[in-house]
Design a protein around this ligand. Sequence first.
Ligand code: SF4
Length: 199
Amino acid sequence: MVSCSSEGSITISDVIEYLFCPRFTYFMHCLGIPQREGRLFKVQKGRALHESKEKTNVGYLRKRYGVTDKLTGVYLSSKKYWIRGIMDEVLFLDDGSAAPLDYKFAKYHNRVFKTHKYQSALYGLMIAEHFNRPVYRGYLCYTRSGNKIVELPFNEKLFQQTENVIQNIFHIIQKEQFPEITGNKKRCIDCCYKRICPQ
Ligand code: SF4
């Protein structure tokens, strides 16, 4: 089904990179050009931070959001969406639903970025598939704003948009189609591909 280097499925990191810029998908999967150290370092730093935060907030989450149980560092592999990866936390709520909790090594600026919405919704789709529970919302924890937790309601439109993102990624990989330049050209400034990417 899938050509290039994806071995049949893609990772959550692939989706995050696509959301940063769709050309990352092309450079990594179709041309086999890995990212340089700089950006990877940021990701790893974020991951290390996630690990240190995973054990926090249990009582707080229970009281404030009705969390009855949670799993940390959860590896999921979706047969439906052909995606695999580890998510920070899966929360189980007292209304019978489940929800992702994702730590962001960032400050909260009174709005949730579109890329973070899609990422959280992707986790929601994978959780619903794996645990066979409804998923109505996701949570984002902004570690550079005092671990502020923001609730993100999910709806059908957001889930559909997220599925479209996944389809677009596979389309680039399968058709080896060079995507349009990112809409946010500020991202090109310190992009690891800027020397080889026509802008
Ligand atoms: S230089 Fe800009 S358009 Fe090219 S891959 Fe990087 S972010 Fe995307």
